[in-house]
Design a protein around this ligand. Structure first.
Ligand SMILES: Cc1cc2nc3c(=O)[nH]c(=O)nc-3n(C[C@H](O)[C@H](O)[C@H](O)COP(=O)(O)OP(=O)(O)OC[C@H]3O[C@@H](n4cnc5c(N)ncnc54)[C@H](O)[C@@H]3O)c2cc1C
Length: 387
């Protein structure tokens, strides 16, 4: 069978792309090398606009879906100087939350299936090219030593930072020098958090704009981690991510007495945003991490993956209904540039000019402390909200 679309990867980007196409009556094969539910190395932090998209755009009721999550009531930040800033989130139906990806991604995966996408566990080796090599006409599956071809009218690549599809099309997903690295673990708290927990960010003096985080997944469990955005600075520091995370968790034992669950300690790269280049290559729509849609200031990529998944699904549907492929590609590029491109560009600028300079960073913290309206602007940026 030749499907209308094959979507590679069923993370937030791929699941929403597949659901969007299936909802419009298209035949969709959604493939992932893992079966669901599955873990994804992440901080699990979901800014308020994720909830807004779930409710308003996708019509998902997280209570009915039985999602496991912790509501978040604000941000607690520590500047490189040690000064602190607590910003409370305004009460809203679209609140921030922390939900382990094991649960969150499975909810979106089930959502895609409920809309009619057909799922298969499949390891994709590469795109399948037309004879002249100018167009992608499907995917090549790897099964042991055997390669199996699957044709489709459209391919959407949502296979994350290690994307086999993007690598084949562009040589690599991201330049290693411009890729952030992060480590996370789940930890049990020896003392439960207050009933209205906040997320905690600590900017590290010699590693800014890198930061350590504690994101509560429940009142007695947290996701603890470290994200480093400057590879050179990290190499100069001469310590592994694991050592740096252990140093951080030792240093905060008074505030957060926690015990790391050893099997959950994992590191993973983050392909941060760098350019407004087209994200349609040889007819393939690049979505989420595979298209490098990650906020360079915080490493937040779940919301951008969801938005680009939806926009790619919409543009691909129009193409299947007869829109010229070049017009559909332009529709996708215009959609993400308008929706999240500007804020991703702004956050890259902030990371470069402010985030990496501890003295400027400290000064902004102090001003935000003194001028309350600035606090919510800081909250919006540092929480990874897109406006
Ligand atoms: C340590 C860490 C902390 C982070 N914290 C946050 C955070 O708190 N908030 C936030 O918003 N973002 C965070 N991010 C970023 C976020 O995890 C990603 O941006 C997001 O997962 C991107 O979603 P996606 O759908 O594009 O890809 P993914 O979620 O990576 O999904 C890709 C899917 O493709 C599948 N796949 C891969 N290769 C193949 C193949 N060859 N064949 C078939 N299937 C394949 C994978 O199994 C996977 O299911 C963090 C990242 C890291 C590393």
């Amino acid at each position: 069978m030749i499907y209308d679309a094959i979507v590679v990867g069923s993370g937030p980007g791929g699941a929403i792309a597949a659901a969007t196409l299936a909802q419009r009556g298209k035949s969709v094969l959604l493939v992932d090398r893992q079966s669901f539910p599955r873990d994804k190395v992440c901080g699990d932090g979901l800014p308020g606009n994720v909830m807004e998209m779930l409710i308003k755009e996708l019509g998902i009721d997280i209570q009915k879906a039985g999602l496991k999550y912790q509501q978040i009531y604000g941000i607690d930040m520590v500047a490189p100087s040690g000064s602190t800033l607590l910003v409370r989130e305004k009460p809203s139906a679209y609140y921030s939350m922390v939900s382990p990806r094991y649960h969150f991604d499975n909810m979106l995966h089930q959502y895609a299936l409920s809309k009619g996408a057909h799922f298969e566990v499949m390891d994709v080796d590469a795109p399948l090219y037309s004879k002249d090599g100018n167009q992608v006409i499907g995917i090549v599956q790897r099964q042991g030593k055997t390669l199996i071809e699957h044709e489709a009218r459209i391919v959407i690549a949502a296979d994350g930072v290690s994307s086999a599809v993007t690598r084949s099309l562009r040589g690599r997903v991201a330049d290693p020098a411009e890729t952030a690295v992060a480590i996370r673990a789940y930890a049990r708290l020896k003392r439960p958090l207050r009933p209205d927990p906040t997320v905690y960010f600590k900017y590290l003096l010699d590693l800014v704009p890198g930061y350590a985080w504690i994101f509560p997944t429940a009142r007695d469990q947290v996701n603890v981690g470290l994200g480093l955005f400057d590879q050179e600075m990290y190499k100069r520091r001469g310590k592994s991510l694991k050592e740096l995370l252990n140093e951080f968790s030792d240093a905060i034992q008074n505030e957060f007495p926690l015990e790391i669950e050893p099997g959950t300690l994992k590191s993973w790269p983050i392909p941060v945003w760098t350019s407004q280049d087209s994200r349609v290559v040889k007819g393939v729509y690049l979505v989420g991490d595979a298209g490098r849609f990650v906020d360079a200031l915080t490493g937040g990529g779940i919301y951008p993956a969801m938005v680009t998944g939806q926009l790619a699904g919409q543009a691909a549907s129009r193409q299947l209904e007869g829109m010229h492929p070049a017009a559909a590609a332009a529709m996708y590029d215009a959609g993400w540039r308008k929706g999240i491109g500007k804020s991703l560009q702004r956050l890259l600028w902030v990371q470069h000019w402010i985030g990496s300079k501890p003295s400027v960073f400290n000064a902004i913290f102090n001003v935000a402390n003194a001028v309350p309206p600035l606090r919510s602007t800081l909250l919006t940026g540092l929480a990874g909200q897109h406006s």
